[in-house]
Design a protein around this ligand. Structure first.
Ligand code: GRF
Length: 211
């Protein structure tokens, strides 16, 4: 990726998602509002018929179902080759994981080193893995939240770009807590991408430093 500044051409983003795509929508909306200097050049899903693909179509963004098989929880082997080809074809500079339910493995990580970001519904390093809001409720934390981070070889371990916190209320259910976290996700993801698009976010010694 070339050196980014506020005046650089729009950052070319590809989005990978498996589900509803509400985080992807927050990026689409920020771009449309002129608050994020980026262009989504491809949206790809490992789930045929995932709502995120409908969102792409509604907004005229190129999109495709890309099988993740033969594995269930990771992108590896032939699937990795498929994803690499699609990402290269759409000229992605940065890959945004938005509810993508598979672990990204070595070839993709090295092809896009320091250029893959993820959003996770907890204040990392607390509660990595799935259904983090349920983990927070079970543990009894008083704060929950979301984290946008660069992706590395670990699971939800990469350098943190942004976090936003929400209170956990006594009468919260998994659904109410997740909904409160998602409101913050939709602010955090465009903000994190803005930092990257404007060249204000760099990784030094596994930490993100913001200019
Ligand atoms: C979000 O809660 C995100 O943190 C997690 O998966 C969910 C995706 O939601 N990684 P959506 O598909 O963006 O609505």
């Amino acid at each position: 990726m070339t050196q980014r500044t506020k005046k650089a051409p729009p950052l070319r983003i590809a989005v990978l998602g498996s589900g509803s795509g509400s985080n992807c929508q927050s990026l689409i909306d920020a771009i449309a509002a002129g608050t994020l200097n980026a262009e989504i050049t491809g949206i790809f899903s490992d789930v045929e018929g995932a709502p995120i693909l409908d969102r792409a179509r509604r907004h005229g963004i190129p999109c495709r179902y890309l099988s993740g098989s033969p594995f269930k929880t990771k992108i590896d082997g032939e699937a990795e080759t498929r994803y690499l080809a699609a990402l290269e074809a759409c000229g992605a500079e940065v890959i945004v994981l938005a509810g993508f339910m598979r672990i990204v493995k070595h070839r993709l990580l090295s092809a896009y080193a320091g250029r893959i970001v993820n959003i996770h519904p907890s204040l990392l390093p607390a509660f990595p893995g799935v259904k983090s809001w349920e983990q927070a409720l079970r543990y009894g934390t008083k704060l929950a939240g979301c984290t946008v981070h660069f992706v590395d070889e670990g699971t939800d371990t990469g350098p943190i770009i942004i976090q936003r916190a929400v209170p956990v209320l006594d009468d919260d259910t998994p659904e109410t807590l997740h909904a409160r976290i998602q409101v913050e996700e939709h602010i955090a993801y465009p903000e994190a991408l803005r930092l990257i698009a404007d060249g204000r976010s760099t990784i030094r010694d596994h930490r993100v430093v913001q200019a």
